[in-house]
Design a protein. Structure first.
Length: 665
């Protein structure tokens, strides 16, 4: 059962659900009076239905084509199914479902047209559901197009991998074919050498047999020569033929091995002919010898000498034939040696072939290992890039934190510097007030010393004993309350003035002093005019005033000592503040020179970064506005790669606007 039939039945069922009782009501496409007849679209399909069926068939062909493509893909090198193929099969199944849904909707749309809201209501179909179905259809179409594009890309990648794999296989097959061809050539050469060796061995055996035959024939001829001198004379021609044949056969041994047998047969026939001729010649010789025995005595001797010379010459030719045979044997030995060398070369070539096969296997293993290493390197690269990205994020966070810390520290330093300046100004004001108080106290002390001198002069007639001075309980010098000094930074707790209690005491002191002075003048007049009783009372009053003046004097001396100590402390604080300001100015100048040296150096060495960052922090902690600007510009240049020439010009303009462009501090 095909999917197109299922889609048609589904579409027809959707078309026939326009009312609960389909037997009594008709669809919009059916006639009004066709209650008992089947629907017209089943009897005569409309063009829209035909077009929908064509669309369904086309989509089914597309699905079948995709299936064939997926099935026709090359398997993995190990022969198993990979995860990608399973993924593609799952996507193929999803694509089939989507195509089925799309075919159903298209069949419905082409069969019944685009329905209106009224028709949807008549067919009891919710318009929202229909709109949702249309939206799903559009989304499914987009997904199908995306999946198809992805599938095409993967198919192209697989085709490319297949072509690369086939190229590699072709190369390997060519290498193996060349190796097999070289092996066949080596085997053919070995077989040719074997055949040549066998032919040489057969020729050697034949030559040895012929040599034995010729030796036997030569022995027979020698035995015949030894039997009678006449036989020697008669067989001279036969011996010459044999020796000539032997020398010719020995000289042309290597090139005319096949002719030796024929020549041997010819020699045998000639030998038989020679024997017959020898017998005939013997008979004629006997007859002639009997006839001319006396006349041919000298001739016979001469012939015997010639025959002896001929025998010697034949012996020499025999020795030459033997030497030629020995040289032939030596050449055969050389040929055998060459054959052994060729065997050794063949064995070496076979070993080289085995080594080449092992190297080929090692190359295949190395290729697999290389692929694994490439995949591992790719993964390591990806991990390194991720780690680098995380490191850059951490670096950016650290840099932002450092900037915030620098800004916060700069604000703290500015606040502390402002506070120090205010404290220094306050200390200056306190020192000025204390110096004024010290001068007034010194003037008061001088004035009181003068008053005491006057009192001593006025009281000189009567001496005052120490016991009388110490009769009163208040005669001991009172301690004066000291003003608290500042803390370690030199800041005063109060405003440096005398407290309210001390001011009241000073007021009483001034009043008693004026009373004492006025009393001393009136006492001098009463001393001359009054009686002795008044003098005693005045003496007691004078003694009390003297005690009070002594107390005031001690208190003023203590105040003077305290004020001198405070003056020393304030001078020390002022000196420290001056040295701190000078050191700060020197540090600022030093930092200016360091920053300018870094700018003029061109940033050649990367190791300067740590010292530059410490210089920036020092600049920002000093609270100088210009150095803060320079540090910020250096940070911006380090991050955003601002031009060094522009940075130098800005720094020179900010730090030294009146200086020339090329000069330094």
């Amino acid at each position: 059962m095909s999917s197109a039939d299922a889609f048609e039945r589904r579409a027809l069922s959707c078309a026939n659900i326009s009312s609960p009782d389909n037997n009594t009501r008709t669809t919009p496409e059916m006639g009004e009076n066709d209650d008992k007849t089947p629907p017209s679209d089943l009897e005569a399909p409309t063009p829209r239905q035909l077009q929908a069926e064509a669309q369904v068939a086309r989509l089914e062909r597309e699905v079948q084509d995709l299936r064939s493509r997926l099935k026709g893909r090359p398997s993995t090198p190990l022969g198993g199914r990979s995860a990608k193929s399973e993924d593609w099969e799952s996507k193929n199944f999803q694509l089939e479902e989507q195509v089925g849904f799309r075919c159903f909707l298209r069949f419905y749309a082409f069969s019944f047209g685009e329905p209106s809201n009224l028709e949807l209501q008549q067919r009891r179909i919710d318009p929202e559901i229909f709109a949702d179905l249309k939206f799903q259809l559009a989304s499914k179409q987009n997904e199908i197009s995306k999946v198809q594009d992805t599938l095409n890309k993967r198919i192209a990648d697989s085709d490319k991998m297949k072509s690369d794999y086939e190229d590699k296989l072709k190369k390997m097959r060519g290498i193996f074919a060349q190796a097999s061809k070289s092996l066949d050539e080596y085997r053919a050469s070995i077989s040719a050498k074997d055949a040549e060796l066998e032919s040489l061995r057969t020729e050697l055996a034949e030559s040895k047999a012929q040599e034995e035959v010729k030796k036997s024939a030569l022995d027979e001829s020698q035995s015949m020569f030894s039997r009678s001198p006449f036989a020697r004379i008669l067989s001279l021609e036969a011996v010459e033929r044999l020796t000539s044949d032997l020398s010719a056969q020995a000289a042309m041994y290597t090139s005319q091995v096949n002719q030796l047998d024929s020549k041997l047969r010819q020699t045998n026939t000639q030998l038989m002919q020679t024997k017959t001729e020898y017998q005939q010649y013997k008979q004629r010789a006997n007859a002639l010898l009997q006839q001319k025995s006396q006349e041919s005595a000298g001739i016979e001797e001469r012939k015997i000498a010639e025959l002896e010379a001929l025998v010697k010459r034949l012996e020499l030719e025999k020795s030459e034939a033997i030497t030629n045979l020995r040289s032939t044997q030596q050449r055969l030995a050389l040929v055998e040696q060459d054959l052994h060398q060729s065997f050794d070369q063949i064995a070496g070539l076979e070993r080289e072939l085995e080594r080449a096969q092992r190297a080929e296997k090692q190359n295949a293993e190395l290729r697999a290992r290389m692929d694994e290493l490439i995949a591992k390197a790719t993964q390591d690269k990806k991990d390194g890039e991720e780690a680098l990205f995380a490191q850059e994020q951490r670096h950016a966070t650290t840099l932002q934190t450092l900037r915030q810390e620098i800004q916060r520290s700069s604000r703290d330093v500015e606040d502390r510097l402002t506070k120090k300046e205010e404290e220094c100004e306050e200390l200056q004001r306190i020192s000025e007030r204390l110096s004024d108080d010290l001068s007034t106290l010194r003037a008061d002390l001088a004035r009181r010393n003068a008053e005491m001198e006057e009192l001593r002069l006025s009281l000189r007639p009567r001496s005052i004993t120490p016991a009388e001075m110490s009769t009163d309980g208040h005669g001991s010098p009172t301690s004066v309350a000291t003003f608290p000094l500042s803390d370690r930074d030199g800041t005063a707790v109060g405003d440096g003035s005398i407290s309210g209690e001390a001011a009241g005491k000073w007021g009483t002191i001034y009043a008693s002093l004026s009373d004492l002075l006025s009393g001393s003048g009136s006492g001098g007049q009463d001393d001359q005019s009054s009686s002795s009783t008044l003098n005693a009372e005045k003496e007691k009053e004078y003694m009390m005033k003297l005690r009070h003046l002594a107390e005031l004097l001690n208190e003023s001396e203590a105040n003077v000592v305290r004020l001198t100590q405070q003056e020393k402390v304030l001078k020390e604080e002022i000196r420290k503040l001056d040295t701190f300001d000078k050191r700060q100015n020197l540090s600022i100048e030093y930092l200016k020179n360091v920053v300018l040296k870094f700018i003029q150096s061109g940033d050649k060495e990367r190791e300067v970064g740590a010292s530059v960052i410490s210089v920036w922090r020092s600049c920002l902690s000093r609270g100088a506005g210009v150095l803060r600007m320079l540090a910020y510009m250096l940070l911006v240049r380090h991050e955003r790669s601002i031009s060094l020439i522009m940075l130098r010009s800005v720094v020179r303009h900010v730090m030294c606007p009146t200086a020339p462009r090329s000069g330094a501090f």
